[in-house]
Structure formats: C-alpha cells, structure tokens
Write a protein that binds this ligand. Structure first.
Ligand code: ADP
Ligand code: MG
Length: 366
C-alpha cells in the first residue's frame, strides 16, 4: 500500500470579491520542485507556516496536467490488479468537484472522466493485443455517504430507504455495500450518461433532505474485470469527492447541521488517520472506525492511494485552509527528497523537520 498527498491551489474566480491571496507554493530546499505550501499565521502575520507535500500544483495547473502527473501513471497498476483510490479533500468552494468531475468542455474534464477514458483505451488495447483472448469488462457503482448512511446514486431518489444501505463483511475480509447496484459500462458515452443521471440524483436527494451535496461523500467505483480463459483478475479504481472539511459549527448552528458536522468531522478524521498510518508504513490502520474507510478497506489491500488537497488561495478561507492543511499534512510525514522521479511514494521513515507545523497543529479558533 502506498500513499501520495498533493495540494492543488485553485485560481481566483472572476466573480470573487476577495482578491487577497495568502496561500502560495514554495520550493523545497533543493530549489527544484515545488512541494511546500506557505500560509501566514493568522495570529501573527509576520510569521508563515510551511506544509510539505509530495507535490504542489499552483493556480495555472490545467486539468490535463494534474491528471497526467498524478493519475495516469497508475492506470497500468490498475490493470495489473492493484486498487487505486483518489480522494479530493478540502473546504467547500476550493475545487474538489472541479478536480474530480470538472466541466463539460473537453479541456475542463476532471479526473473521473479522464480516468474512464484511460481505462477504456487500455481495455481496448489489451483486447486487441492479447493472443490469449483476454476480455475486459468495466462496471460502475456510484454512491454517497450522508450522515454515515449509504445511498445508491444509480437508483432513483424515490427508491431510497431512509436508513440507507447496510454494510456486509465478506469471507475474504472485504466490506461490501449490500444491494449496491453495478452497471456495465462499455464506452465513454455509456459512462457519461450514467454519471450525469446519477449526479442529478445526488442533487435532488440533497434538496429533498434540505441539505447540500457538499455535506456528503460521493464515491465512484470503477470495477475492471480481465478474463483470460478461467483466470479472472479484478481491480477497482475509486474516485471520491469528499464532504467539505470546513467547520460547519462556525457558520450554521441548526440541529441538522450539527448532526451532519459530527458525521463529516468523524469520517474525515478517520480518513486522515488511515492515510497517516499508511504513509508511515504502520500495520494497524484504523479503517474500521468509519463507513467510508471501511467500504474502501483503506490500507487493507495492495493498492495506491492519492489524496488531493484542494485549496483556495484567499484570505476569506484562512482558518479553514489552515485546518485542512494540518489534517492533510499529518498524512504526509514523508521526506521530500527523491520525490522528483517517483510515481508512487513508497513507505518512508518519519521526517522530523516540518517547520511551523507543531504550532499550527493546535486547533485554531477565531
Ligand atoms: P468544491 O467542490 O470543493 O466545493 P468546486 O469544485 O465547486 O468546489 O469549485 C468552486 C468554484 O471554483 C467552481 O465555480 C469551480 O468551477 C471553480 N474552480 C475550482 N477549481 C478551479 C480551477 N482549477 N480552475 C478554474 N475554476 C475552478
Ligand atoms: Mg463540490
């Protein structure tokens, strides 16, 4: 199991009133690659906190550049039987959905459609090249976790039971969602149709619950099955658009929001602990502590995990940005050298030096 944590800073939006940029990338000590994010200390503006990542993508980074650098290299592993998990983590409004789903224009397409496109391309090639008659099938599941309940997004909203779907432990130790639908997907057109329909379900359901889709985790699961004779190789790629990591308690004190906040905070906390434990090469991964990490069996299989921390560079996000940097940087206690040519970060000893983070780790309240 390997893990990689990268930060992506989004550009300013035209409609944005706040133009005060406080988050910036910086080079690490060797001066070559940008792997550090700097942000002022809200209590003392003359001081800056530094957070080190496996990679930092600044404002002008295109969708294609991000995909090519962080996701495309793992397609091969997926077809070799490894599970690939990609998370977008961050405050609402920082670009998680943009990163994962993206826009409709070709250049704006996010990680998910590009991933599917890559999967179909590779599948076609394998089918064509193999003398041994290998067939590849692709199937999709798409669900959300809201208030720690699991809902199928490929089913119409009317079919939802309020308690959601239950989890079941399988003989092989994996956890599955009981009754989750799975749709075969033959090409990119198939995928787009399913995906657009499902995203409409997500928004409709959220509206009915008087909630917002930024308060649920949306998980797309792409199952790749390769069959050669009686040999079957199965692997999955999961792409997750996480609930907003902001402190909802600060902005909205309604009872429903508090329940949501508690569920979101708990699952995001467990997620960061899992990623942290994986990054440090620990044996015990606390994946059982939340539904999301349980379903993904995070750290239990031989897979690759990529966490993309989305950041808005603006002052209006200051405290929430700092707290999300703290959470995700706990997951990246890894040394910075060697990163340049490595695709996947192998287990590394803990790095002692991480300037400022000890101070910044304490929760900051306005
Ligand atoms: P989140 O899902 O984290 O709440 P969104 O993905 O909805 O955030 O992004 C918020 C806004 O910023 C959207 O209007 C989105 O189109 C825009 N945006 C985010 N990232 C980028 C980017 N890299 N380039 C251009 N626009 C972006
Ligand atoms: Mg979103």
């Amino acid at each position: 199991m390997s893990v990689r944590v990268v930060a992506r800073i989004r550009p300013l939006l035209e409609k944005e009133f706040d133009r005060d940029t406080i988050v910036r990338p910086a080079s690490n000590d060797d001066g070559r690659s940008s792997t550090v994010v700097k942000i002022p200390n809200p209590r003392n503006e003359s001081e800056e906190f530094s957070f080190t990542f496996n990679g930092v993508y600044d404002q002008p980074t295109t969708q294609e550049e991000l995909f090519t650098a962080e996701v495309a290299p793992h397609l091969k592993s997926l077809f070799l039987g490894l599970d690939v998990t990609i998370f977008a983590y961050g405050v609402t409004g920082t670009g998680k959905t943009h990163t994962m789903r993206g826009g409709l224009k070709l250049a704006d397409r996010g990680v998910i459609p590009r991933l599917l496109s890559g999967v179909f391309r590779r599948a076609k090639k394998i089918t064509k090249d193999s003398d041994s008659e290998t067939t590849v099938t692709v199937a999709l599941s798409y669900y959300e976790i809201y208030n720690d309940k699991v809902f199928d997004l490929l089913e119409p909203v009317e079919k939802r039971t309020p308690s959601g779907l239950s989890l079941r432990a399988e003989a092989n130790g994996k956890t599955v969602v009981a009754g989750l639908s799975e749709r075969p997907c033959h090409d990119l057109k198939d995928f787009e149709q399913l995906y657009i329909e499902a995203n409409t379900n997500r928004v409709t359901a959220a509206t009915k619950l008087n909630a917002h889709s930024s308060r649920s985790h949306a998980i797309l699961r792409v199952k790749v099955t390769q069959t050669t004779g009686d040999m079957i190789r199965e692997s999955t790629a999961s792409a997750i658009d996480l609930a907003g990591s902001e402190d909802n308690r600060r902005t909205d004190n309604g009872k429903e929001r508090l329940v949501e906040s508690a569920a979101i905070n708990k699952s995001l906390f467990v997620l960061s602990q899992c990623i942290d434990a994986i990054a440090r090469g620990e044996r015990r991964i606390p994946f059982r502590e939340s539904k999301m990490t349980r379903i993904l069996s995070l750290g239990q299989n031989n897979g690759i995990t990529i966490m993309i921390l989305n950041l808005a560079p603006l002052r209006s996000y200051h405290l929430d940005t700092l707290s999300s940097l703290n959470v995700s940087s706990r997951a990246k206690r890894i040394e910075v050298r060697e990163i340049e040519n490595e695709i996947v970060y192998k287990q590394q000893p803990r790095s002692a030096a991480n300037s400022g983070s000890n101070i910044a780790r304490q929760p900051l309240r306005p």
